[in-house]
Design a protein around this ligand. Structure first.
Ligand SMILES: [Fe+2]
Length: 298
């Protein structure tokens, strides 16, 4: 079988912010709006994101995974703009999305991601239970999308999967393993985090499911940084890979904008998976290969 190429980008934090209605600027959104005006809009740049997406498309990936934080403070006007960006990235068939904490910033808009971006987060089979986790099969891949996006208090960026997703996840992992698929779990928050203001609250329970039922790869965003963490599992170690924001202009607090490619070959029991990280140079001049690493096989 030919190499299957999965691209992963995250946290584009699309700008510019539409002018908020005054009634929208209460509570958490007020601090978020102030924060955006003061600093974030200078960090997350449209032209950087456009360069990253152009470089990604030039690699002609077979599928693109997007792990959330498309918007910033969940203003009604942000979702339609994000929808247009998704459509320019690719059709729902070729792009799989999970939401981030900024996509469900306040309680009132918790259903907006599903409303505006639903077909990018939809299961293949109508026989499956709707919602999260969803399962899509593309080539040798089983793409399993989880939502960790829940509204949190001001200054918090925590996430939660919840009992229902954790209850349904094992069956999807088991079945896709039995079908000989390369299982990719997509989630916004990393399963392991030391930052209690940003962590996945039910990370330990999530890690227990992964350890027991296995996965070939876990991909996430949220930290706006390159990272590779190995989780121990009953059937072997599981690589957990974080990607920088796709729009961050250097120099900044985090890694410069970038994205990851996964070249997947082989078959069940003998997978080969190569990670290729691409991103902006520190001077922001061009996009280059940052890292190449074998996650499975030889
Ligand atoms: Fe983010």
């Amino acid at each position: 079988m030919a190499t299957f190429v999965l691209a992963h980008l995250s946290d584009p934090h699309l700008g510019p912010l539409p002018k908020p209605h005054l009634f929208e600027l209460a509570g958490k959104r007020a601090t978020g709006f102030f924060n955006w005006q003061r600093s974030r809009r200078l960090v997350h740049r449209e032209e950087v994101l456009a360069a990253v997406v152009a470089d990604l498309k030039a690699q002609a990936p077979d599928h693109i995974a997007v792990t959330g934080d498309l918007v910033n403070i969940s203003l009604a006007g942000e979702y339609a703009a994000a929808r247009a960006w998704l459509e320019a990235l690719g059709p729902p068939q070729d792009v799989s999305l999970v939401p981030g904490n900024h996509d469900a910033y306040v309680r009132r808009v918790a259903d907006y991601p599903q409303l505006h971006w639903g077909d990018y987060m939809r299961r293949d089979e109508a026989t499956e239970t709707p919602g999260f986790p969803y399962l899509r099969t593309r080539g040798p891949l089983a793409l399993i999308g989880l939502s960790s996006a829940v509204p949190s208090a001001p200054f918090m960026a925590t996430g939660r999967l919840g009992a229902e997703q954790l209850r349904r996840l094992p069956a999807l992992l088991d079945r896709s393993r039995e079908e000989g698929l390369f299982r990719v779990v997509m989630v916004h928050h990393p399963p392991v985090s030391k930052n209690r203001f940003k962590r996945l609250m039910d990370g330990p329970a999530f890690r227990a499911v992964l350890a027991q039922h296995g996965a070939e790869l876990v991909i996430h965003g949220h930290d706006h940084a390159h990272s590779v963490v190995w989780l121990e599992g009953v059937r072997g170690r599981i690589p957990t890979v974080g990607v920088p924001s796709a729009s961050e202009a250097p120099p900044g607090k985090h890694d410069p904008a970038g994205y990851n490619l996964y070249n997947v070959d082989g078959s069940a029991g003998a997978w080969r998976c190569e990670l290729v990280a691409r991103g902006l140079t520190p001077d922001g001049d061009k996009i280059v290969e940052k890292n190449r690493m074998l996650l499975a096989g030889n």
